[in-house]
Design a protein around this ligand. Structure first.
Ligand SMILES: Cc1cc2nc3c(=O)[nH]c(=O)nc-3n(C[C@H](O)[C@H](O)[C@H](O)COP(=O)(O)OP(=O)(O)OC[C@H]3O[C@@H](n4cnc5c(N)ncnc54)[C@H](O)[C@@H]3O)c2cc1C
Length: 415
């Protein structure tokens, strides 16, 4: 690695997270034998972040089970891991310039730098005890502060906020949560599911401060309370700000790589610049079924990381994955398949009261997405699994009879 490095055939993966780690493995599995460099600024080998808001946060498991590849895989497979932050990409010279002055040359470049947390730009946001959550270091800091009996404030109740609220509650921390909407996850899953999630959190003891936002954190030496727009004063020993992410693309400004809500890529994960590809949280992908979509979930990063690697190696296949994701909160498991930004009908199979249901999102009669709550099964293994069956209907842009969707007696895989 240096400014003089001019190796002829080298693939550089920029960003050593989920998508980057999977891409590295795919390159080797698919027979690429040339120079392979993986650049990343986090010390951890590529790993899955889900346990950071769940089992690892609660001290129930280590991260090793979540490593994308075993720690010694990189050396064994001649993957050159470079611990550095990219500062710029020079597309003419085909070089990634690193903070500190070095550079890495590439023949082909796969960008997988993911996202970074949005910060709350309010007074007191820098006070000790105000945390965010993306990295292992973030999680370790929250863990240290999350003592039994402490009071925590969670700001934002999207997936990460909801999972953190649940995990902290399970640790014996008293949790309040401030959110702009009426219910957790309402903007993604709709009002019915929002109400269900609100019930789950309230029952567990979380105070939901809805329709409100934090305007300031206060404290002498560390956070002591948060003040909301509606004038609530919420005392707390720690706060976790979970107000979403933005794509990590600052180093691409002015490079010539087209940016639009992340890195714009075509159906095969190619950017506008020949030889440069992107995958994962930062890729604004032209999906054959859903149109332009940027997905911030584990399964997408995993599948798209592999698909983009194959594109780098010359495949012209479209990445047509029908997206799936999951979330664990308390003892409840949510699963989602498809993609619905808007819908005009929500059909329920099962019971919201029992917290065991599948909800179907339809637009103009076409099934666009489905959400499952505590329905069990494994969509990857069981062809009769309801979520897997819903995924197949979504891929076909099917117009199933809503009455059949709602009928527990009807096998979804036969609709
Ligand atoms: C706490 C938490 C819990 C989650 N739980 C779930 C879940 O239950 N289910 C689910 O579906 N999804 C979950 N997700 C989302 C999932 O983890 C992400 O979608 C996934 O990590 C995206 O992978 P990625 O490779 O695109 O990005 P990342 O895994 O974030 O990897 C990007 C890497 O690039 C590095 N990087 C960024 N900029 C630079 C630079 N300039 N130079 C060098 N390196 C750089 C970053 O440090 C990082 O290591 C969770 C996320 C978090 C934070």
């Amino acid at each position: 690695m240096s400014g003089r490095d001019t190796s002829e055939d080298s693939i550089v993966i920029l960003g050593s997270g989920m998508a980057g780690g999977v891409a590295a493995r795919t390159f080797r599995e698919d027979g690429y034998g040339g120079r392979l460099v993986l650049i990343g600024r986090e010390p951890t080998p590529p790993f899955g972040r889900p346990p950071l808001s769940k089992t690892y946060l609660r001290g129930e498991e280590s991260l090793s089970g979540w490593f994308v590849n075993p720690e010694d895989w990189y050396e064994k497979n001649r993957v050159d891991r470079v611990a550095a932050t990219a500062a710029h990409v020079d597309i003419r010279a085909r070089r990634v310039e690193l903070a500190g002055g070095n550079a890495v040359s590439y023949s082909r470049l796969l960008i997988t730098t993911g996202g970074e947390n949005r910060r709350l730009d309010v007074p007191g946001a820098q006070l000790p005890g105000v945390f965010q959550l993306r990295t292992v270091a973030d999680c370790d800091a929250i863990k240290q502060a999350a003592l039994r009996g402490a009071r925590a404030l969670v700001v934002g109740m999207g997936f990460i906020g909801s999972e953190v609220a649940a995990s902290l509650t399970q640790l014996g921390v008293r949790v309040s949560a401030v959110l702009p909407g009426r219910a957790p996850l309402e903007s993604v899953l709709g009002p019915e599911m929002g109400e269900l999630m609100a019930g789950i959190h309230r029952e567990a003891g979380v105070e939901l401060v809805t329709g409100d936002e934090v305007v300031r954190f206060e404290g002498a030496r560390q956070i002591e309370q948060a003040v909301t727009r509606n004038g609530r004063r919420l005392e707390c020993d720690l706060a976790v700000v979970a107000v979403g992410i933005r794509p990590s693309v600052a180093f691409l400004e002015g490079s010539g790589v087209a940016l639009d809500n992340g890195v714009s890529v075509d159906p095969s994960c190619r950017t506008n610049v020949p030889g440069i590809f992107a995958a994962g949280d930062l890729a604004n992908h032209m999906h054959p079924l859903f149109g332009r979509i940027r997905v911030e979930h584990y399964n997408n990063a995993e599948k798209q990381g592999a698909a983009a690697a194959r594109s780098v190696l010359g495949s012209a296949a479209s990445f047509a994955y029908v997206h799936t994701f999951w979330s664990d909160q308390y003892e409840h498991k949510l699963e989602y398949v498809g993609h619905a930004r808007t819908w005009d009908r929500f059909v329920v199979r099962g019971s919201a009261m029992d917290r065991k249901l599948v909800g179907f999102y339809l637009a103009d009669g076409v099934l666009r997405a489905a959400v499952g709550v505590n329905r069990g099964g494994d969509p990857e293994l069981d062809e009769h699994d309801e979520m897997a069956a819903a995924g197949r209907l979504i891929a076909k842009q099917a117009r199933p009879d809503p009455a059949a969707l709602a009928d527990e007696g009807r096998d979804l895989s036969r609709l």
